[in-house]
Design a protein around this ligand. Structure first.
Ligand SMILES: N[C@@H](CCC(=O)N[C@@H](CS)C(=O)NCC(=O)O)C(=O)O
Length: 202
């Protein structure tokens, strides 16, 4: 199994964490999609990472689909509940965490434009999505150890990758001051070996 990937993508990190949590061996192919001459579109026509090439050569993208595929392998520990509705609730929170990351990515890309090209209304709109998303995540956590029930799930993997990516790319946001419960949760997640082994590298 091969993961077409980059060392900084929060979506790639979700899959790396999941593979490590499940103990599934894989080849990490570092092919950043922003680098000229990359081969990502050979695997994903959208030119985005992650893409997973299975041992039979089938390709899956994007990260929630890859995560669903990994669940079909039936490897312990499951990151999704067996019950379909309970699984949907986990995926709903995964979508929330991924959505915060999506808004953060648009915001970062806007920040990187030159001052005369930068559209502050785009930055404000995405900032709003990140802020509302964080409030919603904290509400779901509600003082518990994990987002859903009493078990670590894909929702926690997505939330951890999102929160730790905000630290990495948007340190000016300082979300930890406003969300101490989420900050403590992110700290706990970052101590898991799967997270410790996948810290973004520039
Ligand atoms: N929804 C996708 C998002 C993937 C994504 O946007 N990946 C970024 C890296 S962080 C990418 O490859 N961007 C390249 C591009 O947009 O051209 C997923 O969950 O896999």
């Amino acid at each position: 199994m091969k993961l077409i990937a980059s060392l900084t993508s929060p979506y790639v990190r979700k899959i790396r964490v999941l593979l490590l949590e499940k103990g599934i061996p894989f080849e990490f192919v570092n092919d950043p999609p922003w680098e000229p001459g990359n081969h990502v579109s050979d695997f994903n026509p959208l030119g985005k990472v992650p893409a997973l090439v299975t041992s039979s050569g089938e390709v899956f993208f994007d990260s929630p689909i890859i995560a669903d595929y990994l669940e079909t392998l039936g490897v312990y520990a499951p990151a999704l509940p067996a019950d379909a509705l309970a699984a949907l609730r986990v995926k709903q929170l995964e979508a929330l965490a991924d959505g915060i990351t999506d808004a953060g990515v648009i915001w970062v890309l806007e920040v990187r434009r030159t001052a005369e090209k930068r559209d502050t209304s785009v930055m404000e709109r995405q900032h709003g999505k990140v802020s509302c998303g964080l409030v919603a995540l904290e509400k779901h956590l509600a003082g518990k150890d994990w987002l859903i029930g009493d078990a670590f799930s894909r929702a926690d993997i997505a939330a951890g990758c999102c929160l730790l990516w905000l630290d990495f790319r948007l340190p000016q946001l300082d979300w930890r001051t406003e969300h101490p419960a989420l900050a403590a949760y992110a700290e706990r997640l970052s101590e898991r070996p799967s997270f410790a082994q996948t810290v973004p590298v520039l």
